[in-house]
Design a protein around this ligand. Sequence first.
Ligand code: ZN
Length: 502
Amino acid sequence: MQQKTLRLFIGGLATETNTFSPLPTGMAAFAEAGIYRGDATKLPPRLFTAPLHEWRRLAQAEGHQVHEGLMAAAQPAGRTVRKVYESLRDELLAGLQAALPLDMVLLNLHGAMVADGYDDCEGDLLARVRMLIGPDAILGAELDLHCHTTLAMLDNADALIAYKEYPHTDTLDRARELYALCRDAALGRIRPVTRMADCRLIGVFHTTREPAKSFVARMQALEGNDGILAVNFGHGFGLGDVAEVGARIWVIADALQPGAVARAEALAGQLAQEVFAMREASRPTSLDVACALDQALAQAANADKPVVLADSADNPGGGAPGDATFILQALLERQLRDVVSGIYWDPQAVALCQAVGLGARLELRIGGKLGPTSGQPLDLTCLVHNIAENYEQTDMSGQRGALGSAVHLEVLNNGGGLHLVLASQRSQVFHPDAFTGLGIDLAAMKIVVVKSSQHFYQGFAPIAAEVLYVQTPGAVFGSGPSLSYTKRAPTYWPLVANPWKD
Ligand SMILES: [Zn+2]
């Protein structure tokens, strides 16, 4: 029997919104990270366009017809400006409407996007897509695991597939799974039905260590058996003050298999309780700046590799500005040498370095410009070691990520030896090549400070004697009782010791 040719639409709209961040997300933020108007797959893959490349490749290999629409993404920051969200959404919908009728729609979303007037952008978008494509077309979306999985999203999509790994090393594996699942559904081979359970907590889970590492393996082992198509763990994004913030499990079953939906429901409930049980053991241990430096110096003295300190709270990937100086201030006070710290988002300082050129010395005011979560600006005497234009680093998914113009400076105030990397484009540190690309020898450093919460881990763990997480008063504060949510019902840990008890 000849296989049906599917009409497929691919596109997306993605950003992660830290509603506590001082930076609004406007059109320029999308333009900087990339607005692709149907041409994402004609250009080299980036973090948020790589799934579209994969979907096109797989669909065309099977003889299906691909229509590509808008794909826009922005670096995480504060709420997206209302008219910016509406105009990007409407452009995506207009492209989709022009491609009707469709058998299948695959969207690359984040899952924690908030705009002024829209606490659930993905729910709004998926509902509008469903209205256009009708009840029978298959609608699938790939999500970051740091998502708010809302009922509106679930009601309108046939399949939501979230990354399983943090750092997100599996974005393409999940893209392929979403494609296969939706293709099978569009061809009538399966009928995906989802059952979700609230884990009743707001927390952080690094899948590079136990117990979350084994939980990922457990989810994967459950998939493909007894009509269970996919098991998802949305960790949630604790920096979004929205009604449905929090961790959730959702299990996709094949309703064509007897009893599968009931099994999915039971499994979701069981796994949600398992997540709750690992809440304390999963909590990342973070040190204050003084303890972290003491520990790093002690360990670096006996190691031939640097100790890596994560400036978790000033992670641009969580919506922080990326110009906080809390750790830098401490490095200066202790007059430490053989230290490199980055990436500071400071386009003004970068422009001044470009003006004076390589090898120049200059007085620079660095960092501390974006608000109280950035600390104080520091006035430093600097030597410009290197300047790079159109500078890039490798991200955790293996794609190249833009940093704009970047400079390598040496701070001379304490006799030198303290190195900084500044960039004009805001980004967390993903990979050692963010430093080595400017000629910095990381093996010669005692301490490497990276502005990132966890995505750096994949690249830096192999070159580190030790990785330490540091807590400062930055914009990405650890989720916990100190956060004040105004919209979520008070049925979650750590606000309530045991929200499962009736
Ligand atoms: Zn994420």
